[in-house]
Design a protein around this ligand. Sequence first.
Ligand SMILES: *Cc1c(COP(=O)(O)O)cnc(C)c1O
Length: 502
Amino acid sequence: MSDRIKKAGRHVSQNEGLIFEQSALGKRGIEFPPLDVPAVDARAALGAAYAREGIERFPEVSEIEVIRHFTRLSTWNHAIDLGMYPLGSCTMKYNPRVNEFVSRLDGIATEHPYQPQELSQGCLKILKMLLDCLVEITGMDAGTLEPAAGAQGELTGLLLIRAYLEDTQGQPRKKVLIPDSAHGTNPASAVIAGYEVENVPSDERGQIDIASLKKIVNGNVAAMMVTNPSTLGVFEQNIATAAELLHAHGALLYMDGANMNALAGVARPGDFGVDVMHLNLHKTFSTPHGGGGPGAGPVMVKKILQPYLPIPVLTEKSGRLALENHRLKSIGRVRAFGGNFGVLVRALAYVLAYGPGIRQATEDAVLNANYIRNNLEDVYDLPYKSPSMHEVVFSDARQKKNGVNTTDIAKRLIDYGFHPYTTSFPLIVPGALMIEPTESESKQECDLFVGAMRAIAEEAATNPELVKTAPHSTRVSRLDEVSAARKPILRWRPCPSGPCLR
Ligand SMILES: *Cc1c(COP(=O)(O)O)cnc(C)c1O
């Protein structure tokens, strides 16, 4: 077991009860002084339905007990601040603290979206600068910062394609083509946008099969959605050819740019035929994510799609910025206000801090993934041999022979002090181990990870039971994940025989 875990064990009780179990009658966090003003009858003032005497079974604990309890709990979860978080596809990288600081500055965090535009010029300037930077990084012509997530960006992009086709060709067409190496949100977004999805197979190198594409592209196809680099961590070498083919049939090319971590500063989608794409600012451009926090999925477009962008549109006239709502061809609003402003501020701070150096971040992300690939290739099966970009996808084919699967290996990784990689995705790799170290990790940390993965491969061969029953270092081990998702117990109730969860 790693030293990291042993060290943590000294300070952290893994047998902490619920806060309800620490409750004792009459304990208080703070005491108020006696009232020196006339008391107000809350029932009379608010109505009986809104005024309550107390909260039934609310825990009674002191301030320090609350603080210690939640601080200890916070250390049970793995976090990027504790160690490597190689969750493939998610780009769980370190987010520089200075960007947090910038997003909380007075005049940024304290501004109100309903403030008059004359008093919001600074905030609008931040949006304008960020859009200009993203235009430069992607090689596109214009964009919107509104969508709050990658998936919402996908839907927005598809609605733009729909509006464009309706406007210029009189009908939106029927189908969206999606390679089998795409991210799972892509087909879902296409269906919500009213399209049928048709699958494009990958060839043995994990590339879009152009011969198959030629057979299925026709006047019914509105667009193809390509995740690039794909979920195999492979760059689509045929993307420009695919773009030409689509354009020749009056269809458009959508690129899922959530993996821009592998391209920023090196290649620009606008230069290889992409018509519309989204970015995940909360992956590539510095916002902590993974806990369901706010995100931003800006959509960048070529000129032909610009008239349809969501309102409000940011405009500039003789140095004054404004948000304009009058756009005849716009698809309308996709989100309240201008998007998740704090996330946009962090992204701009990140881009400006790097400048052209963003290329180095990209190269380091690719280098780290390939370093891990090279050091694990002899013990884990590598189903696709194309060069890896920012992530590498192995399979559990070798360990399967001893009854050990990708989930077992991932669970065992927890005992070594690492967050698991992404399991069982992409779907075209049975038993996938999808590993994305990101550019944040040093060679030393990558070596620790490689060491852990090699040790687990050894265990899988010599002591498979140890891996199949992992994790062994956590308060609880394997949970009934289906019941936890389908029949969650979210409220504590005392049992007759003593406190318990029921
Ligand atoms: C994360 C991700 C998405 C979805 O982004 P959300 O912000 O989670 O909606 C889409 N495509 C790819 C390739 C991703 O990695």
